[in-house]
Design a protein around this ligand. Structure first.
Ligand code: AMP
Ligand code: ZN
Length: 469
C-alpha cells in the first residue's frame, strides 16, 4: 500500500489525502512564464516548488505527466484586460520580432531550469501554437451563453457562475474591488474578463489571428484552460502556480473551463508563497526590485544549487526572504553537505529503511522539506556504515535534487578554491555553473577571464584543478 500523501489544497483550504484520477499516474499543469523578459529568482522559487512537488510524486512511485505552457501572447501589462501585450512591449524594447523575443527568453528560462536542476516538463506548449483550441473553447462558451461582446473584445460574464469565488474564498465584493483597478465601463461586472481581444483599429499587431468575432488575440487565462484540457485530457489532477494566481488567473481558468465542460476542472490546486525582498515586499518585475539567477547568484560566484538548497529550507507555503548574505550562507551549508557526502566514498550500500520511512512521511506531509533536510542531517550523523549513509542520502536526493551524486566534484573544487582570492573563487564557481548548464561559451569566456588574473584551469573527471600560471 502506498503511504499517505497529503497536500494543502487551495480549493478546500485544507490538507487533503491525494487521490490520483488514474492509478499510479498524475497529470500536473504548471503555469509557465510569460517570455518577454528574464525570469527572476522569485518566479524561480515557484518553479522550484513545483519541481519538488513533481519529485515527491515520483518518489511515491507515480508517473507524472507535467505540462507547462509558455505564454507568448495575450498577457497584458495591466495583468488583466488592459495595457499592451507584454511580448509586443518586449519586441519594441529590443527592436526584435515578438517571435524572436519569445524564443530568446524561452531559452533563457530553460537554462535557468537546468542550472537549478529542475526537471523538464513532459510537455511544453505555447499559446501561439494553440490558437484554434482557444477559439474553439470561446465558441463553446459563447454557444452556452457565457459571453458578451464589447467594443474591444469578447468577455466572460462571471455573474453567471454561482461559485466564481470557489478558489479565492473571498466575498464577491472584494474580488470586484480588486478588479476595479482597471476601469472598463463596457464590462457588465468588474470581475468579467476578456476571452478574445480585438486588434485596436489602425494598429497592426505582430501577433493577431482571424476569429468568428474579428481579428485579434486570445486573453491570457484562456490559454491555460485550452491547453490543460487538450494536453492532460481526463488526467487533470493538480494545477499549480504562485499565490498571486489564486484570485484572478486561476479563478478565471476554473470559471471558464467548468462553464464550458460542465466538469470539475482540476481536483487539487497548490500554490507557492512568494520570495520577498527585505522588508517583506514581493519580488516583482513591476516593482523593479527583481534579480535574475545571473545577477543574484552566478555573478556572485555562487552555485545556483545554493538557491535550491535555500528553497528546501523554507516550506513552500511560507514566505522566503532573499538576501545575498542568505545565499552565501546557503552556499556554505551546501559546501559542507557536499564535503560530508564526498567523504562517504563510493561503495554501494543499502538504504536505511527506518530513515527512509521518516523521510517519506516528511515529504508526504505537504512537502515538508525543512524536516526532510533535518532527517538527512541525522542520517549523516547516525551509526551507519558509510556506504549505507551514501545510499540513503542519494535516495533522498531524488527529491532534493542537489546533485549529491556529484558531491566529490563539487567538494573537491571547493577545497582547491579555499586558497584563492575571493574574486577568482567567484569566477571559478560561475564557470562550474556554466559548465553544469552546458553553456560552453560562457564557461570559455570565464576561463579567459580567470587566466587574466594568472590562473589556469584543468578540467578533470572529478571537477577542476587550478594552477598558478
Ligand atoms: P509570470 O511570468 O509573471 O506569470 O510568473 C511566473 C510564476 O512566478 C507564476 O507562477 C507566479 O505566481 C510566480 N511568481 C511571481 N512573482 C513571484 C515571487 N516574488 N515569488 C514567488 N513566485 C512568484
Ligand atoms: Zn496559467
Amino acid at each position: 500500500m502506498m503511504p499517505k500523501l497529503l497536500f494543502y489544497n487551495t480549493l478546500s483550504r485544507q490538507k487533503e489525502e491525494f487521490q490520483a484520477l488514474k492509478k499510479g499516474q498524475v497529470g500536473l499543469y504548471t503555469c509557465g512564464p510569460t517570455v518577454y523578459n528574464y525570469s527572476h529568482v522569485g518566479n524561480l522559487r515557484t518553479y522550484l516548488f513545483e519541481d519538488f512537488l513533481k519529485r515527491v510524486l515520483e518518489y511515491n512511485g507515480y508517473k507524472v505527466k507535467q505540462v507547462m505552457n509558455i505564454t507568448d501572447v495575450g498577457h497584458l501589462t495591466g495583468d488583466r484586460d488592459m495595457g499592451e501585450d507584454k511580448l509586443e512591449v518586449g519586441a519594441k524594447r529590443e527592436k526584435k520580432t515578438a517571435l524572436e523575443i519569445a524564443a530568446f527568453y524561452t531559452a533563457a528560462f530553460q537554462s535557468d531550469l537546468q542550472n537549478l536542476n529542475i526537471e523538464e516538463p513532459t510537455l511544453w506548449c505555447k499559446a501561439t501554437e494553440n490558437i484554434p483550441e482557444q477559439i474553439a473553447l470561446i465558441k463553446t462558451l459563447s454557444e452556452k451563453g457565457f459571453t458578451y461582446q464589447t467594443s474591444d473584445g469578447v468577455y466572460f460574464d462571471t455573474s453567471l457562475v454561482p461559485n466564481y469565488n470557489q478558489l479565492s474564498h473571498l466575498p464577491l465584493a472584494e474580488l470586484k474591488e480588486g478588479a476595479r483597478v482597471e476601469k472598463n465601463p463596457e464590462k457588465k461586472n468588474p470581475t468579467d474578463f476578456a476571452l478574445w481581444k480585438f486588434s485596436p483599429s489602425g494598429v497592426k499587431r505582430q501577433m493577431e489571428w482571424p476569429s468568428p468575432w474579428g481579428i485579434g488575440f486570445p486573453g491570457w487565462h484562456i490559454e491555460c484552460s485550452a491547453m490543460s484540457l487538450k494536453y492532460l485530457g481526463d488526467e487533470r489532477d493538480i494545477h499549480c502556480g504562485g499565490i498571486d494566481h489564486i484570485n484572478v488567473h486561476h479563478t478565471n481558468e476554473i470559471a471558464q473551463s467548468e462553464a464550458a465542460t460542465g466538469e470539475k476542472f482540476f481536483n487539487y490546486w497548490l500554490h507557492g508563497a512568494f520570495l520577498n525582498v527585505k522588508g517583506g515586499k514581493k519580488m516583482s518585475k513591476s516593482e523593479g526590485n527583481f534579480l535574475t539567477l545571473e545577477n543574484s547568484l552566478l555573478k556572485n560566484g555562487l552555485n545556483p544549487l545554493a538557491y535550491r538548497f535555500a528553497a528546501c529550507q523554507v516550506h513552500y507555503r511560507k514566505p522566503m526572504e532573499y538576501s545575498l548574505a542568505g545565499m552565501k550562507q546557503a552556499q556554505e551549508g551546501l559546501d559542507s553537505l557536499y564535503g560530508q557526502v564526498a567523504a562517504l566514498g563510493h561503495q554501494s550500500g543499502q538504504v536505511a529503511t527506518s530513515f527512509q520511512a521518516e523521510f517519506q512521511a516528511a515529504v508526504n506531509d505537504d512537502l515538508n522539506l525543512p524536516k526532510a533536510l533535518a532527517i538527512m542531517a541525522a542520517v549523516l550523523k547516525a551509526d551507519l556504515v558509510a556506504a549505507d549513509k551514501l545510499a540513503t542520502v542519494l535516495d533522498f536526493d531524488r527529491v532534493f535534487g542537489l546533485r549529491l551524486d556529484q558531491a566529490e566534484e563539487m567538494a573537491k573544487t571547493d577545497l582547491d578554491l579555499r586558497d584563492l582570492p575571493d574574486e577568482i573563487r567567484s569566477l571559478v564557481i560561475a564557470r562550474q555553473a556554466a559548465r553544469n548548464a552546458k553553456d560552453w561559451e560562457e564557461a570559455d569566456r570565464l576561463r579567459q577571464e580567470i587566466k587574466k588574473f594568472g590562473y589556469l584551469l584543468e578540467d578533470v573527471a572529478e571537477g577542476v584543478r587550478i594552477f598558478k600560471a
